[in-house]
Design a binder for this molecule. Structure first.
Ligand SMILES: NC(=O)C1=CN([C@@H]2O[C@H](COP(=O)(O)OP(=O)(O)OC[C@H]3O[C@@H](n4cnc5c(N)ncnc54)[C@H](OP(=O)(O)O)[C@@H]3O)[C@@H](O)[C@H]2O)[C@@H](O)CC1
Ligand SMILES: [K+]
Length: 515
């Protein structure tokens, strides 16, 4: 069993791939072996995280996820723990594996069966959520006969989520789609605002495979600390014959600098953005300066800043290392250009030249919005790939939606798919921001970033990411690697930041550590 931390790369498998692996393994093993292993692993983790739990309430659903819970109940009861089971299945519809575990649990004298879940649990107890796993339906049941069952399941789920006791979720937090990290309709937590985190699992034990939905969209909040037990898959069948759906990115390789190097060894970044106050009364030069600061702290040899403010700025007092340049004075052909940060409408005039000439390019914010409305710019963007000019897009979900002519809800509903679609459409690398940033490249398996948290949800952090990425490209990194590295390092600063101190984008840029 492994505790998942951002210290290595892990393969992630969606439901379809997981089912294929399950079948391949089950064919080689005695019947019921996988569920026995799953139940034992759940019981072991329960004992480890709550060794002194007074009562262990196990909420078991009608399918094999419930079967895992029943199997775990048997082990925990045999270990002398006080176990209360609430089971939602019927003997007529029980899958064969779950039936065997149900019978085992039935024969354990010291298990209490409760149709009404206990309401007096405290922090000294433990809940095990075995209601729904990867079999959760993505639509509500159409038949009129069933709602009662579904209603009870939803009630028990609400009770788990609001319990004072810690929750260990089996395989996936019930109701969460293992592929997308979205909740199934009708099973969303009641409180769903960023300020009030919904009651969710403190631990999730992912079985056989790690699933992408645990690490993106609502997955991170829903799952808490993720653990993984492969049920013997790596040793017995190898996970190799099934290509991963995605990778959970690990830390980029550390690389020191050669002593005999100079500023030219690390390349030049040019930040083009920062519409001035004069044009529309909205000054956004700070965004470009943040990107510049991040490029500096990300290791760029030199950082040039071209502010789109009609030459009002003549000097940057706050960061003397940044060099101001008129746009016309930039030798775009030899630069890694970061374009868009605070660019407003002013960035429209420079985009044709930037897309045509920049050696390497990061496009963010306003640049993306303008491109999404202009077919000629879209063609120019796509054409960069044929000239071997690396390009990285860093959209948030709404910007991605504009580029894909869809809604941000659709993008969020299928983050992995949306990032891949964008990468293919424009033949470039994409970092789709948000919880569990997805990094996609046309010909590669996408990566999900494991670092970062809600403190990054503040103005300017996107500009910092763009600048940092520009530094990676300037150093000659491949765009996919540069994007993985930048997103990882960006999130790492937030993870190390004190929880009770608001993180500002300026501080974020200054704290970046690369290599
Ligand atoms: N894969 C593996 O390698 C291994 C898998 N194992 C375990 O099996 C789990 C998968 O089991 P599974 O296929 O039986 O599906 P599961 O999640 O129990 O749900 C199906 C049941 O829930 C019901 N239901 C669905 N949605 C609903 C809703 N919205 N509201 C109400 N009800 C809803 C659905 O009803 P139906 O749609 O049939 O009407 C059906 O009765 C997996 O996550 C892991 O824990 C391990 O034991 C061993 C290795
Ligand atoms: K579950």
């Amino acid at each position: 069993m492994q505790r998942i931390t951002p210290d290595q790369t892990y393969p992630l498998f969606n439901t379809e791939a997981t089912r294929r692996l399950e079948q391949a393994m089950a064919a080689q093993l005695a019947p019921h072996t996988l569920m026995q292993r799953a139940g034992l692993a759940v019981a072991q983790l329960a004992q480890a995280i709550a060794p002194h739990a007074r009562t262990i309430w196990i909420a078991c659903g009608p399918g094999n996820n419930g079967g895992d819970g029943l199997e775990a109940a048997h082990h925990l009861a045999r270990a002398g723990r006080k176990v209360v089971i609430s089971w939602l299945g019927t003997t007529e519809t029980l899958p064969p594996d779950a039936r065997q575990s149900w019978e085992k649990a039935r024969h354990c004298a010291n298990i209490e069966w409760a149709d009404t879940p206990p309401t007096d649990l405290t922090g000294q107890d433990l809940c095990i959520d075995a209601l729904l796993g990867i079999g959760v339906r993505s639509s509500t049941r159409p038949t009129p006969s069933a709602p009662t069952h579904d209603t009870v399941l939803a009630q028990w789920l609400a009770q788990l989520r609001s319990s004072a006791a810690p929750v260990l979720a089996v395989d996936v937090p019930s109701g969460l789609d293992a592929d997308t990290g979205q909740y199934a309709p009708g099973l969303e937590p009641a409180t769903h605002s960023a300020a009030a985190k919904p009651g969710t699992a403190q631990h999730t034990l992912s079985l056989l495979t790690l699933k992408p939905g645990l690490f993106t969209a609502h997955g991170r909040d829903a799952a808490g600390q993720v653990w993984w037990h492969d049920l013997g898959a790596t040793a017995e069948t190898g996970l190799n014959h099934e290509p991963p759906t995605a990778w959970l990115a690990g830390p980029p390789p550390r690389g020191g600098r050669l002593h005999a190097s100079h500023k030219g060894s690390y390349g030049d970044v040019a930040v083009v953005g920062g519409e001035g106050l004069a044009l529309r009364g909205m000054g956004m030069t700070g965004a470009a300066l943040l990107a510049g600061s991040a490029a500096l702290h990300g290791g760029a040899g030199r950082v040039l800043v071209s502010l789109l403010d009609q030459d009002q700025a003549t000097e940057i007092h706050t960061q003397p290392e940044l060099m101001l340049r008129r746009f016309e004075a930039l030798e775009l052909e030899s630069l890694s250009v970061v374009c868009g940060c605070g660019g407003g409408q002013a960035v429209r005039t420079v985009l044709p030249a930037v897309l045509q000439r920049a050696q390497a390019l990061v496009l963010d914010a306003d640049a993306l919005n303008i491109i999404s409305t202009d077919g000629a710019l879209q063609q120019a963007l796509t054409a960069r790939s044929a000239r071997q000019h690396p390009t990285v897009l860093t959209p948030h979900p709404l910007e991605a939606a504009r580029l894909l002519h869809t809604t941000s809800a659709q993008v969020q509903a299928h983050r992995l798919m949306a990032a891949r679609e964008l990468a293919k459409k424009f033949q470039c690398t994409v970092a789709l921001k948000g919880s569990g940033t997805v990094i996609a490249h046309p010909d590669d398996i996408p990566h999900i970033n494991p670092t970062g948290n809600g403190s990054l949800a503040t103005a300017g952090t996107g500009d910092v990411l763009a600048g940092l990425l520009g530094a990676g490209l300037a150093a000659g990194m491949m765009p996919l690697q540069a994007a993985i590295r930048a997103v990882f390092a960006h999130g790492q600063v937030a993870d190390a930041w004190p929880l009770d101190e608001p993180l500002t984008a300026g501080a974020l840029a200054r704290r970046i550590k690369i290599g």
